[in-house]
Design a binder for this molecule. Structure first.
Ligand SMILES: Nc1ncnc2c1ncn2[C@@H]1O[C@H](COP(=O)(O)OP(=O)(O)OP(=O)(O)O)[C@@H](O)[C@H]1O
Ligand SMILES: [Mg+2]
Length: 337
């Protein structure tokens, strides 16, 4: 993941930004995750702790997957914008070095800011926290909806296409001829809708459980587009966790409902039913993509589970005008029975 040369480069970048004093040393430790970036915890000789993140051009998944390293600038812009809505929503950016594709941000202690996915995996499934995620996501979407200035500052659909549309929807379409037209139509519609600012990677792995609510990380896939994508992306993760975390499946499903209802309560920019129908189709598509796309869910390994998700996703994709209520009812009936 790293070698001495890369680490020296990062330390030089930190010195150039003034975060490290001339001659001051620092210890770098890779943080968990890191499919698309090098992420380090940095402890400086003078006792400060921060995080540095650098985009890498080839993602660490089994399939070949290249992505433009310039996406780091979009992540920084997203983190700052989220903090301008409420400082609680994202870590503070401390320095930007766009030419090195690096930025630094404050380090949030895992003891007080555990990763949401880890919390659920440890059996601590809290629907009230999920409701907070839905509420905050709707807040960010509501504040950015219909804003031409934000749309032009986040004209980064090219990155979203490379990191989301192509590897999830189009790659999966190439493997499943029976639903390919549906998946390609969803991809095309995503490209057309310029409604609000997407984060692009709203996954429990990228959300910290902070003392004052969710903290969102990892916004390198941000682009102005369809807010239904963010909602669907997170909801699809929760549905897969009803399979993975069998003993907690009721609480995870309650979290699913809490998240979507809290989101709907903050939805003011378009008719809620329109967004619900778009989100339900994307949830179904993303479920299939998490089995057969370029970034499969690493925790779903049982062939029977995979076959179940494939079958369910295709059945859901076939229902015209399915909304999130309908989708939740069917999932409860089929996956939780
Ligand atoms: N500011 C921070 N404070 C504390 N921990 C952090 C911070 N930023 C990142 N992390 C930790 O590092 C992990 C990886 O960070 P991030 O998600 O930004 O990188 P990534 O390479 O884009 O990840 P992936 O592609 O695997 O989702 C996070 O899941 C989190 O555990
Ligand atoms: Mg991440």
């Amino acid at each position: 993941m790293s070698d001495g040369v890369e680490e020296r480069g990062l330390l030089e970048a930190l010195r150039a930004s003034g975060l490290l004093k001339p001659g001051e040393g620092a210890r770098l430790q890779p943080l968990a995750g890191g499919v698309s970036s090098d992420v380090y915890r940095v402890d400086t000789a003078e006792g400060r702790t921060l995080v540095v993140k650098r985009s890498i051009p080839r993602l660490r998944v089994a399939e070949e997957w290249l992505a433009p390293v310039e996406r780091v600038a979009g992540e920084v812009r997203w983190l700052k914008l989220a903090r301008s809505i409420d400082p609680r929503l994202a870590p503070k950016v401390l320095a930007e070095l766009p030419e090195a594709h690096v930025f630094a941000m404050e380090f949030l202690e895992p003891a007080t800011h555990p990763v949401w996915k880890d919390e659920m995996a440890a059996g601590r499934v809290d629907p009230a926290f999920a409701a907070g995620v839905g509420r905050d996501l709707a807040l960010i979407h509501a504040r950015t909806a219909g804003r031409a200035d934000i749309a032009s500052a986040f004209d980064t659909y090219e990155f979203f296409f490379a990191l989301r549309v192509s590897p999830f929807l189009l790659f999966t379409a190439d493997r499943h001829a029976d639903v390919a037209p549906r998946l390609r139509a969803l991809a095309e519609n995503l490209g057309r809708r310029k409604i609000a600012l997407m984060h692009g990677d709203v996954s429990p792995k990228n959300i910290l459980v902070g003392p004052r609510g969710p903290v969102f990380l990892d916004a390198e896939t941000t682009a102005y587009g369809d807010p239904a994508f963010d909602l669907a992306f997170c909801l699809a993760h929760l549905l897969l966790k009803t399979i993975w975390l069998r003993p907690q499946r009721e609480a995870v499903m309650t979290s699913f409902d809490a998240l979507r209802h809290a989101y709907a309560a903050g939805l003011a920019w378009e008719p809620p039913e329109d967004l619900s129908v778009r989100a339900a189709a994307l949830v179904a598509a993303l479920l299939l993509a998490r089995i057969d796309g370029k970034s499969p869910a690493p925790y779903l390994t049982d062939p029977a589970d995979k076959a179940f998700v494939r079958r369910s996703a295709k059945a859901l994709l076939a229902i015209a005008d399915l909304d999130l209520d309908g989708l939740a009812a069917r999932w409860r009936h089929e996956a939780l029975a």
